[in-house]
Design a protein around this ligand. Structure first.
Ligand code: GLV
Ligand code: MN
Ligand code: MN
Length: 393
């Protein structure tokens, strides 16, 4: 089956009324997707394994120096159809095509479905690949809580997985290269008239939790001058984030917020917000976040509130293996572009040569239902991946 047909099979799983997808790690939708992956990979004659972190890997052959291809099947809340699934379906389609042609690889080939790439459930992006590579302490990861207050360990146990098996994964020692195909996020390929590009680098990025605390009180009985309202400090911080990011040419987003007690006729006692910040360089990111914390503290003093900031995950700059990316760009005659988005390939890059292929996204929209690629470009992406697999394996 081609990638377009495989994607069509996923259309009903975890879909939302807005036309998008909510597929959070270990939820019913991703459990269904995991079963689908096992079915598709088995039908291709691949041997499907699952490591102690929930990462699924389907093997064509065994032994060292394997070529790993794939991506993830989870999404952000109300995300698009392609961020993740395009890479998994393209990998399955490429393997299916090569097998149908009777081609014989010289090294093992494996297809990955990494768990919880988006970090939408437990707050840490690329949780499956971080655990597999040891980039996050296992105990810390297992203790992360979701919105319902359940820990990763509890959630995995409820899905029949033994959390004691979580942690650095032995199978990664058998992988020589990882190539992840992904829908483009941002709009660079369309104006360059290219259906497929090769990644150069990932911007350093991270997530911070900001807790603004004040005094809950009555909305009608409390004079404006007598308030300690954390919503004001939060609002000033959102505006400062935009200003500092604009001034520095970097990116800052507050896309998630919780208000306590969340009552129309009460001044809130606490506002919790999550900052996503990204910059071209590590020092750029540090300056952006330090500047924002300072602005939040000044606003808190003015408002008689407090602010506490805690980093939840930070990913340094990733420069994809120069030799591999030049080789693939030459092979495909494809342009090379950087990305502001994070990926499992960025985590694996610390351990082995990794590369990424991007498939043109006509609007550039991602993490939203409107994320798209044309069926022709999806086919072009699979063709490119087939050529890459032939080249490297
Ligand atoms: C993942 O898509 C991220 O960049 O947050
Ligand atoms: Mn992705
Ligand atoms: Mn994403």
């Amino acid at each position: 089956m081609g990638a377009n047909e495989l994607l069509a099979e996923l259309a009903g799983i975890g879909s939302t009324p807005s036309g998008g997808y909510s597929r959070l790690a270990w939820d019913p939708a991703t459990m269904q997707l995991r079963e689908w992956f096992v079915g598709q990979a088995s039908a291709l004659g691949l041997e499907v394994t699952e490591d102690g972190n929930g990462n699924q890997v389907a093997w064509w052959g065994h032994g060292p120096d394997a070529l790993l291809v794939g991506s993830h099947l989870d999404s952000v809340p109300d995300g698009g159809p392609l961020d993740g699934p395009l890479g998994v379906t393209s990998a399955l389609a490429a393997v299916g095509q090569l097998k149908a042609e009777g081609w014989q690889p010289t090294r093992p080939i494996a297809v990955a479905n990494f768990t919880d790439e988006e970090g939408a459930r437990f707050g840490v992006a690329c949780l499956g690949s971080r655990l597999a590579t040891g980039a996050i302490a296992t105990d810390h990861a297992l203790g992360l809580k979701d919105a319902a207050g359940d820990t990763l360990a509890e959630v995995m146990a409820a899905r029949g997985r033994d959390p004691r098996r979580a942690g650095p994964s032995a199978w990664l020692a058998d992988v020589k290269y990882y190539v992840e195909l992904h829908v483009e996020q941002g709009r660079w390929l369309a104006p360059h008239h290219a259906p497929v590009g090769v990644a150069s680098a990932i911007w350093p990025h991270g997530r911070w939790r900001l807790d603004f605390c004040g005094q809950g009180n009555h909305a009608g009985a409390t004079a404006m001058v007598d308030r300690y309202d954390p919503m004001l400090t939060y609002a000033a911080t959102v505006l400062a984030a935009r200003e500092l990011a604009l001034d520095s040419g970097h990116r800052a987003t507050i896309g998630r917020v919780q208000v306590e007690p969340g009552s129309t006729n009460s001044i809130p006692s606490r506002v919790t917000a999550w900052l996503d910040a990204r910059a071209e360089s590590g020092p750029g990111l540090e300056n952006l976040v330090a500047g924002l914390i300072e602005r939040a503290q000044v606003a808190a003093r003015d408002d008689g509130t407090t602010v506490e900031v805690r980093a939840e995950s930070i990913t340094g700059a990733v420069d994809f293996d120069p030799e591999l990316r030049h080789r693939l760009a030459a092979l495909l005659d494809a342009p090379v572009l950087p990305t502001g988005a994070g990926h499992d390939a960025g985590i694996l890059a610390a351990k082995l040569p990794t590369a990424m292929l991007f498939v043109r996204n006509p609007t550039g929209i991602s993490h939203a239902p409107q994320e798209s690629a044309s069926t022709d470009d999806i086919d072009a992406g699979v063709d490119a991946l087939v050529r890459v697999v032939r080249e490297l394996a």
